[in-house]
Design a protein around this ligand. Sequence first.
Ligand code: FES
Length: 462
Amino acid sequence: MSDSTVTIFFEGRAVAARAGTSVAAALWEHGVAALSHSPKYGRPRGVKCARGHCMNCLMRIDGVPNVRACLTQVADGMRVGRQDSGAPYGAPMQKVLDKGGHLFPVGFYYKWFTKPSALSRMFMSGLRPLTGVGRLPEPAAWADHGDTPPARDLGHIETLVIGAGIAGMGEALAADGEVMLVDDSLRCGGQRRAAFDLVTESAADVLNGLEHLAALRARLENLAARVEAEPRIEVRTGTTVVGAWQPDMLLLEDSEGLAVVRARHICWAAGALDAAPLFDDNDRPGLIGPRALYRLLARDGLDLAGRATLVAGRGFDAVLSAALLHTAGAKVTVALEPGRTGDPALLATANRLGWSLHTGQTIAAAHAQNDRLASVSLASTDGGTTEVPCDLAVIATRAKPAYDLAYQLGVDLVLDPERGGYVPRGADLGRLETTTPAGVGLIVAGEAAGLSPEALLQEVSA
Ligand code: FES
């Protein structure tokens, strides 16, 4: 992360930001946690996935509405603002809609006043701010946008593997023939590898004694080295799969723009999405999952020095999150779920590093002040509660397997409660393999197939 700073303007206020960080991280460091509001109830929304997977961070940036603040790097003179005020909707707007909703038929916003175009533009200009999707772009912003160049054609390949974490790298090595391996991270190994790098570079020797984490890191490094040395695997990092463009064609985006590619076989190993369990006010800005934390620290260099933080949950990601927060200079409290008393190595590490450790506790409620997380209530099985003040809480529970691409390719998916996600109907549940309606072979692997990181590590180590 660069040491130089730039100045952005948040709703007219000058804010200093490290060059290279994201708008969302820069605002959070300056006390702005609420980036938008929910359209229906006007609830404040903060950075959640830090990956472009949700709508929480849609802001107006340099006159353009609906720009993702978590994916946009700060630039000198950049103008940033919330595109909704929150206040016009929420309870007052609900009352209006309750009384007058029948006057607005479904789809009225694109059926009414479509001609002449000047009237349509006036209608949309008035309606958009009320709905929370922002005002239309400034004319200058349109002009800057220019023409989008046509997508490059990357041709046909034998196997396309999407996701370069443990599962994706394993599948790429196991596949026959030419393989293209794509990931939106900047290196093979995904977001956890970048998090491990930060932890191991620190002087605190945080991983000392945490053998399961050390084993996961070793596995990632080993796989990444083998993938990078394998000439038949073309690695494309910094590349996002936008979606299925045609039934057998995928649209990719990288630093050069858009590209299309076709493959005979696709392996979907895109991992899982952070999910929050149910508790009061579980949508407060400042509550995030471990994957978002990895990106905010490893990619954006979020400054957490001296901040009070909490990690709640279980498993690899809870411990890695605590290690990462410690490395970043935060004060760390760890709350392990009931039944997860913590192994002796974790207890010893928590003692050595000065973490406050609560066992047998789950989050019962979050509390906010000025739209920003202030504390979290922990509940124990005996009915007791403990309030933990914190600026940021990381919830590491069962994640939601990503199934987007399989769905877009037309695969018939069914919910598998055991895995906590959708799987191709009729596929062998040991290896989720199927064929799309367009005849493309599809394998769903790793956390996208519902495996936990622990199970994945065992599987690939076997
Ligand atoms: S898309 Fe930015 S926080 Fe989810």
